[in-house]
Write a protein that binds this ligand. Structure first.
Ligand SMILES: Cc1cc2nc3c(=O)[nH]c(=O)nc-3n(C[C@H](O)[C@H](O)[C@H](O)COP(=O)(O)OP(=O)(O)OC[C@H]3O[C@@H](n4cnc5c(N)ncnc54)[C@H](O)[C@@H]3O)c2cc1C
Length: 366
């Protein structure tokens, strides 16, 4: 067991990195836990390649950008340059980040919280939850298949391979189009199979346009509608395979069914499993949420549950804070007058960084 820390920060997005920088300035002992391989992994996973990053400050905010190191440059650089900026900061400031380490849960009580990860435990006085808004849906059945929330890191790895993409939304469509383009440009004859459990795909007009263009340009995209994934085949060479059958199976009576399907090595399967908000995680951590009913909420919909936070972003559990995308687009704020009201919180780099500075200011004044 290592010594007790002042602060554990979950996530190395703009919010988590800003918190780390400020913690270091205050000489606090801290660690940032990041489940991905890189700082800003959430941004790497969700921005399309080359997307320009804007240093947007919403109108109602008057404070300047609080942590300069995390501010996207005014000249609107592509996301790759912004990620390089983050990597340089990690190196130059020697920020303490444990990559490839996934936060799981919190045990104990203030001031002796135990943060549990897939690699170990950390005893700490305070915790900042900065894990963003895109929590991948956990569909454990896909085993060693690659599960992605939005983009794949290295589409080139799939050249020469018949690959199966599972999912019916924009994320799957983007992955299908980008894999097909890479294969087509490399004059690769293997295909991208795209399977969805339903009849209809749910994609927006821009994504549909990219996909249509890719098909017309000669992309090898094979669409499998009403395709049901089944797990558990191991072939004669010991390779795990995913079997998918199309729902138009015929019953032969007497509990017998005739299936028609395809089988892919699991490692060639990409499951675009989509994301959900962090409400279930807040529940599991026993953080208080309030359900929107009647006219209480203007931003969140009826029935949605919003995390309750103090003006300093502290949850109902002392020393546990939540910031950034994880609390967007709104949360419930308890004002100093004791009144609780829905507070708008734009999901932007600026707001995540501002939240981090609010928390660290509060911790410093304790
Ligand atoms: C396509 C797109 C374009 C955008 N463009 C802009 C823009 O131009 N300007 C702007 O200001 N904002 C933009 N945004 C919004 C901005 O990216 C977010 O507001 C910001 O990234 C939120 O920062 P965050 O630190 O709260 O969360 P994130 O950036 O989501 O970071 C969370 C981090 O936590 C990690 N994590 C998650 N779960 C765990 C776990 N269990 N254990 C350990 N680590 C974990 C993730 O891997 C991730 O690295 C854009 C968003 C999208 C999707």
């Amino acid at each position: 067991m290592t010594a007790k820390l002042d602060l554990v920060i979950v996530g190395s997005g703009p919010g988590g990195m800003a918190a780390g920088i400020l913690a270091k300035q205050q000489n606090l002992s801290y660690i940032i836990l990041e489940k991905g391989h890189n700082p800003m992994q959430g941004i790497i996973d969700t921005y399309p390649k080359g997307k320009k990053v804007y240093p947007t400050i919403p109108k109602r905010y008057t404070q300047p950008f609080p942590v300069d190191e995390i501010r996207p440059p005014d000249e609107r650089v592509p996301v790759e340059a912004y990620i390089d900026q983050a990597k340089n900061i990690v190196d130059s400031l020697d920020l303490k980040i444990n990559f490839n380490e996934e936060f799981k849960t919190i045990e104990g009580n203030h001031p002796d919280y135990m943060v549990k990860t897939d690699k170990g435990s950390y005893l700490t006085r305070a915790i900042i939850l900065a894990f963003g808004s895109n929590i991948p849906n956990d569909l454990g059945i896909y085993g060693e298949a690659k599960t992605v929330a939005r983009n794949i890191e290295n589409p080139e790895d799939y050249i020469g391979i018949n690959v199966l993409v599972i999912g019916g939304g924009n994320a799957a469509a983007d992955v299908v189009a980008s894999l097909s383009r890479i294969k087509r440009e490399a004059r690769d004859a293997s295909s991208v199979y795209w399977a969805h459990i339903k009849e209809k795909f749910e994609i927006n007009t821009d994504t549909a346009r990219d996909l249509g263009e890719e098909i017309l340009l000669g992309g090898q995209i094979k669409i499998l509608q009403r395709a049901v994934p089944k797990i558990g085949e191991v072939d004669t060479e010991g390779i795990d395979r995913l079997y998918i059958h199309q729902a138009s199976t015929a019953s032969m009576g007497n509990d017998l069914y005739l299936y028609q399907g395809m089988s892919f090595p699991m490692k060639n399967v990409i499951a675009c499993i989509g994301t959900h908000g962090p409400s279930a995680i807040f529940d599991a951590l026993h953080l208080q949420q309030i359900t929107c009913t009647g006219t209480i909420c203007k931003i969140a919909k009826e029935g949605e549950r919003l995390l309750m936070l103090s003006e300093h972003h502290e949850t109902n559990l002392k020393g546990i804070y939540a910031i950034g995308g994880a609390i967007s687009p709104s949360y419930m704020e308890i004002g100093s007058d004791g009144m609780i009201k829905e507070k708008k919180h734009s999901n932007l780099i600026y707001t995540a960084v501002l939240d981090a500075s609010t928390v660290l200011e509060n911790m410093g004044s304790e």
